[in-house]
Design a protein around this ligand. Structure first.
Ligand SMILES: NC(=O)c1ccc[n+]([C@@H]2O[C@H](COP(=O)([O-])OP(=O)(O)OC[C@H]3O[C@@H](n4cnc5c(N)ncnc54)[C@H](O)[C@@H]3O)[C@@H](O)[C@H]2O)c1
Length: 352
């Protein structure tokens, strides 16, 4: 039987990473590479407010139509799948518009959105319309992380007790590692968050505020603890560590990517993997998973059902800092606590 060809569209083509005039990583180029590889989509349309970026993209990938207004594209093109590859402050509006336009699947870039309210609304809109919403925490498809999860599940380090991670900030990079912690802990939601942040530069990443340093402790509903440390001097000796009742497992930034040690053993067991933690095959696998879920139903590994929980930790971290106390989940705010604290000069370069 002939397989269905899905009508695919992209909002925010960007320009290729490091090419002249580029404004970011040009993630749309990664998305199209992934979806074209499936041979199950036709690139029906693209939209970008930067006509030159859109034209360059069109020359390379030959979409059927090019738009400057993404809403016009959504209303005219009857798309099945849409990639949203714009900066985070635009994600919520674009995802909701796509869901309302009848798109069946949305592959949105991380982080979810810049306020907790926007995250909740985009998630709810897609749930209501039965839209398959995913966020690009694509490393879940890479071998070191898949093997790590298998080892944890097989009891290689005993019962999981604690997950620790370190990266530049909670919001932009942290979303990857927080989401990975949920992957390692079977997507169990968290119960509470206790955190503190330092922000003196007012730095922004993709236009969104990010702290200079953070320490964020949380507990999952199954009792497993999470610890995320970000920013300067946050090195924990690896990228992610899983501590178990009978050993410890580490995802490393370099090569090798994965090792573990059992209690009482003198040496680490290095797990050889054919790919590292930044592999370029991740997004093509996400695209293939998306097509599979379109064909036979069900969710994908990058489902928003998981991402809504890992994103809650980010906003609860900032909220804990604002409240100066522990935040019990579910998180009952709508705004961005870090932006609010910057606006009120409680943190940041203009701190009173
Ligand atoms: N998953 C990952 O590993 C990864 C890596 C890098 C970036 N990202 C994320 O990807 C997202 C996009 O980043 P990027 O580096 O691709 O950005 P980019 O700057 O390269 O591209 C964004 C494009 O969006 C366009 N745009 C802006 N407003 C628009 C509108 N109203 N309608 C249509 N197009 C519009 C811009 O003109 C630009 O061409 C960010 O959220 C970022 O955090 C993810």
């Amino acid at each position: 039987m002939q397989k269905k060809i899905y009508r695919y569209g992209i909002i925010g083509t960007g320009r290729k990473h490091r090419s002249e005039g580029s404004t970011g990583f040009g993630m749309a180029h990664e998305h199209i590479r992934g979806y074209q590889r499936t041979e199950r989509v036709v690139l029906a349309a693209i939209a970008d407010i930067d006509p030159e970026a859109a034209n360059l993209f069109a020359v390379e990938y030959s979409p059927q139509k090019v738009y400057s207004d993404y809403k016009e594209m959504l209303s005219k093109e009857n798309l099945d799948i849409v990639s949203v590859t714009t900066w985070p402050h635009l994600h919520s509006e674009m995802v909701i518009e796509a869901a309302n336009a009848g798109v069946r699947a949305i592959h949105c870039e991380k982080p979810m959105a810049v306020t907790w309210g926007e995250c909740k609304r985009m998630y709810a809109a897609c749930k209501e319309k039965g839209v398959n919403l995913i966020f690009d925490h694509q490393r879940r498809y890479l071998e070191p992380f898949q093997r790590a999860r298998e080892l944890i599940r097989e009891g290689a380090i005993g019962d999981l007790v604690r997950l620790e991670a370190n990266t530049g900030d909670m919001f932009d990079w942290g979303t990857h590692w927080l989401n990975m912690m949920f992957f390692f802990n079977n997507e169990v939601p968290a119960r509470w968050v206790l955190a503190q942040i330092e922000s003196h530069t007012g730095r922004r990443v993709y236009g969104a505020p990010a702290e200079d340093q953070a320490i964020c402790q949380f507990q999952f509903e199954n009792g497993v603890r999470g610890l995320m440390i970000t920013g300067a001097d946050s090195d924990i000796g690896c990228a992610i560590r899983a501590v178990g009742s009978n050993g410890m497992l580490e995802i490393l930034w370099g090569d090798p990517s994965l090792r573990y040690i059992r209690r009482g053993d003198a040496n680490w067991i290095v797990v050889t993997t054919s790919e590292g933690i930044h592999g370029g095959e991740a997004i093509p696998r996400a695209a293939a998973d998306m097509i599979k879920s379109m064909d036979i139903g069900g969710s994908t590994i990058l489902s928003a059902d998981s991402v809504i929980h890992s994103t809650e930790i980010i906003f609860a971290c900032y909220e804990s800092s604002r409240r100066r106390g522990r935040v019990n989940l579910p998180l009952d705010i709508d705004d961005s606590p870090i932006q609010d604290m910057l606006d009120r000069k409680l943190i940041g370069p203009d701190r009173a």
